[in-house]
Structures are given as structure tokens and as C-alpha cells.
Design a protein around this ligand. Sequence first.
Ligand code: 5AD
Ligand code: SF4
Length: 470
Amino acid sequence: MSNANIEETKQQLHYMEQLHDMIEEKVQKTGKRPTYKVVNFGCQMNAKDAEKLSGILNKIGYVEAETEEADFVLYNTCTVRENANLKVYGRLGHLKTLKKKNPDMLIALCGCMMQEQEVVDKIKESYRFVDIIFGTHNIFKFAELLKARLDSGEMIIDIWKDTTEIVEDLPAERKYSFKCGVNIMYGCNNFCTYCIVPYVRGRERSREIADIVKEVEQLVADGVVEVMLLGQNVNSYGKTLEPKVSFADLLKELDKVEGLERIRFMTPHPKDITDDFIEVLANSKKICNHLHLPLQSGSTRLLKKMNRHYTKERYLEIVNQVRERIPNIAITTDIIVGFPGETEEDFLETMDVVEKAQYDGAFTFIYSKRTGTPAAVMPDQVPEDVVKERFDRLLARVQEISSKSHGQLQGTTQTVLVEEVNHQDPSMVTGRLTNNTTVHLKGNEQMIGKIFRVNLVESKGFYYIGELAE
Ligand code: 5AD
Ligand code: SF4
């Protein structure tokens, strides 16, 4: 655990013990165990942070509640687009009403949105009923902050601008017993000009390979068969380590972990895709048949203004290379419409890439102006009606293309990781192919978390109906 802070881990575990005693004393007195609800507004990185918060709360004696009518509600916020912020403000009004009914209720706000000074100012000013505010860099201090709130009775605000610290070995709850997200790096150094992430998640820091392998081995011993490696730019993994290592090196090490069946990762950046990486992808038995490769724009001129460091041609070259080396791989993407200065010609370049890449799926976003980013002050912001019209055109085409790609595996036998009992029909279970497509088949609860060979009997568009293979 070379660059991790062992002392900090010990200290935080100590705060958790103290809180545990306080909570148990309260349970003795009231006969009631306090409840919590963590609400997540953001990406998979945020979801992972939420699991860390839940892990700490479980350890100190809280139990999870179904709804926000709980003794402790935490909003783990996102700020990547403006509507994520608006959602939080909207729901805070509802929390205020709940707190009126239950004055001992605690409310904490954390996550990316809290890294913005004007947000914190606004909450201090207009949302005085919030008890704890912290950001993305000091989640590991959550127990300490809760203790400070309970001891002082005051609003606690602790936001760090950035950090170099990585604190290992703290508890984390797992939403699923058989799959789990694993942080491999934190922060981002790319500064794409539209993106607020580098400002709210700080500079890039990678965990040591040995720490990641150890965590994955422990997870596997605990029943996990699928890991999702998480980072803002996973294939820039290891650049900040001494000695330098690559994402391909990490994948090769994880490929060797016995008992681990599936490896996913999110999100790679086209500028850092190497031939070595594509070879590992092609040769590994465990890496899933899915590459999420954000395009953002198909116009080389705009990509330059976005600071993306690749051209339309290079992007398409990667897609072709990957499809050639790994047949049947699903390729998905993120696309932004309406970046400042986007002309109809630029937009048609994006449509052209969509046509050529034949995406299996795409997340399409309307450009959202984020204060503090270079793009926010660029001239020629595109009028709303023009953006909306382009967005609708893009979405329609993306959906047409992805629906064509579905169903191609009908009649073949594939492996399925069973994830849950089907919500509509309890005699069925639902699982996923390695390319992430959903499959429903006859089965029962005992199959959850296991991998089966399944004949894909019928394609129903976005999912398959399967049968266990002999
Ligand atoms: N406006 C719209 N979409 C954005 N994204 C990031 N920043 C913005 C923004 N300011 C999108 C990108 C990224 C995804 C996670 O969110 O497409 O890949
Ligand atoms: Fe944002 Fe670009 Fe970093 Fe992704 S790679 S988080 S889009 S700055």
C-alpha cells in the first residue's frame, strides 16, 4: 500500500467505532435503530462513492431505508450538466418538509456539485436545514464529519480543493453480491473544454496495481465474478505512478486473477487507445465484449476546440481496428450536440461517424454550459431551437442503427451472468451477455451470480429470450 495513507485509515476506523458506540447507546434507549437513505444523482463513479458511504453507515449501526423518510438522508450530487444541479435543488424542498416532521433527521450533501463554491454559498444561505456538506476528495472522512456534526450540533462544511491522498481499506457496501465497481484512478487531467469534471474531481491519481489486484482478489473470494474498473479516463491509468505502468499492464494482471470471470471498464478516451491495449482486449478471455468509446463530436474542427486530441479519421481508425480484431464487440458512445460554434457542417460530420461506426448504443447530450470551463465563454453559443432540431435528428438515427445491431446473436450460444429474478415473471431470471445485452430465461434465485451457457432462442429487439444450453 505504498502511496496510500495507512494512518488515516486507522483514524477513520476509530471514528467509526466511536459512532458505533453512540448509536448503540441510542438504540438501547429508544428501542429503534436509525435508518439512512443515500440518493445518487450521478455516474458509476458516484455510485461507487455512494457504496462507500453506505458501507460506513452500516458499520456504525444504521440500517438502510427504502425511501427518503429516513433518519439520515444523503444526496450524492452530480454537476456534469445543469439539469443534474436543478434536480437536487428541486428535491431539497421535499427534504425540508420531511425534516419538519422528524426534527432529528440528518441531511448531508456531497459529491461533485459541492465542489462548486457558488453551490455551497447558496446552500449556506438558503438551505440552512442541511447538516453536513462535503465534496469528492474527502469521502473517506465521512465518519469524522458525522461525529463532528453530532458533537457540535452545527452545520459542518468540509470541501477540499484537491488532494493527492488515496485512503485504502475502508468499508464499502456492495449493491450486488456478484459484481462490483473498483476504482482504479481518480480525477482527470484532460480538461476537455466543455467539461467540469477536472475542476470538481481534481488531478489524476492512480492506485497501485498491487492494491487493485488485492481488492479484486478479496472481492472474488467474497463471491464476485464481474468487476467494473472505474476512472474518468481509464486508459490513462498509471501515467502518474512511479514507475509508470499502463492500463494494458493492469488488465494483464487482472486477467490472471483466478475465479474472476468478467472484466468491464469505464471510460476510456480515444486519444489514449494504443495497439497494445487493443491486443489485450482481443486476447483476454475475461474482458467483456463491449467498448464504450466517447466520440463527443465527429468534426475534427470541433474536436480541436473541445481539446480532445484526436481527429475524426483517427477515431474511425480505432473503431475499425477494434471491430476487425474483436468480432461481435459492442461499441457504444457519448455524443454532445450544440457545442459552441457547431455549424450544420460540423453536425453532419458527427452524423457521418454515427453512420460509419454503427454504434450498438449511444448516449446523446445537449451541450450544457458549465461556469468556469473554457467553452462557457466561447463565442457563437448555438441557439436552443437549432440544437434541439439537431439533437432529435441524431437521436432518431442512433436509435435506428442500434436497433439494427440488436438481434445479431439470435440462434447462437453465449455465456450469461444471471443477475436477478425477473420482475414481471418470477419463473424467469434476467442476466447479461458480455456485450451487455439483457437475456431473460427460465430459472430461479439459485442461479443469481452464476454464469451459464445459454442458447439465444429469440431476439426481442433490445433483449433476448434464452434457454439453458445442454
Ligand atoms: N454538456 C453536455 N454533455 C456533457 N458531458 C460532459 N460535459 C458535458 C457538458 N458540459 C457528457 C460527455 C461525457 C458524458 C459523461 O457527459 O459526453 O462523455
Ligand atoms: Fe470530462 Fe474529458 Fe475528463 Fe471525460 S475526459 S471527465 S469529458 S475532461
